[in-house]
Design a binder for this molecule. Structure first.
Ligand SMILES: [Zn+2]
Length: 187
């Protein structure tokens, strides 16, 4: 399992993913497969479509954290490997994570943004479950729902967590702006 730095010029046929800063691209050389002892060079799985994810890479910290978590996840499940490395657009200077182009949704046939995260179907699932929760404040409810139906990645969506989901409350701080508790989240 490895990541590599790939020069932006290696990608072609760049196509913007709608409503985002991400691109689909064709990577002619493709990801590394292994060392060829006969030709003394790396062999590659050429001719791959990939996704160049720029959305959160503006923040260096988040990009490196994302890479590390993908790295850990793919070490335990090499076949589920998604991320090949990083690149940087020389014009905008945006960093991008290079990800395998994930399968399409079996329901709406839209391309998945990440595994099982479907921007085509998510709004309808979130809206159909909207009656199951409320914060008691319609402004908060609207805001939470808006994040759920518009974000691209699952870790950007907010949820209302009822207090019954939380146990083992422990006071950890008290100050001018409020009181902070630590709690365990059952789900
Ligand atoms: Zn779908």
């Amino acid at each position: 399992m490895y990541f590599e730095w790939v020069d932006y010029s290696k990608f072609s046929l760049l196509e913007k993913v709608e409503h985002s800063k991400n691109h689909r691209a064709y990577w002619e050389e493709g990801p590394l497969l292994g060392w060829n002892t006969k030709s003394n060079e790396w062999t590659r799985n050429g001719g791959q479509w990939v996704k160049l994810i720029t959305n959160f890479c503006g923040e260096k910290y988040y990009a490196s954290r994302f890479l590390k978590s993908e790295y850990e996840a793919s070490k335990s499940k090499p076949s589920k490997r998604l991320v090949y490395g990083m690149t940087r657009n020389p014009v905008t200077n945006d960093y991008a994570v290079i990800e395998r182009l994930i399968d399409r949704c079996p329901d709406c046939h839209k391309e998945w943004m990440s595994l099982r995260w479907c921007r085509g179907c998510n709004p309808k699932h979130f809206e159909s479950e909207r009656h199951k929760w409320t914060s008691g404040n319609s402004e908060i409810d609207d805001f939470i729902l808006e994040t759920q139906i518009t974000v691209e990645f699952s870790d950007q969506a907010l949820e209302w967590i009822p207090e019954t989901q939380l146990t083992e409350f422990k006071l950890i701080g008290k100050g001018g702006f409020g009181t902070v508790f630590k709690a365990k989240w059952k789900e």
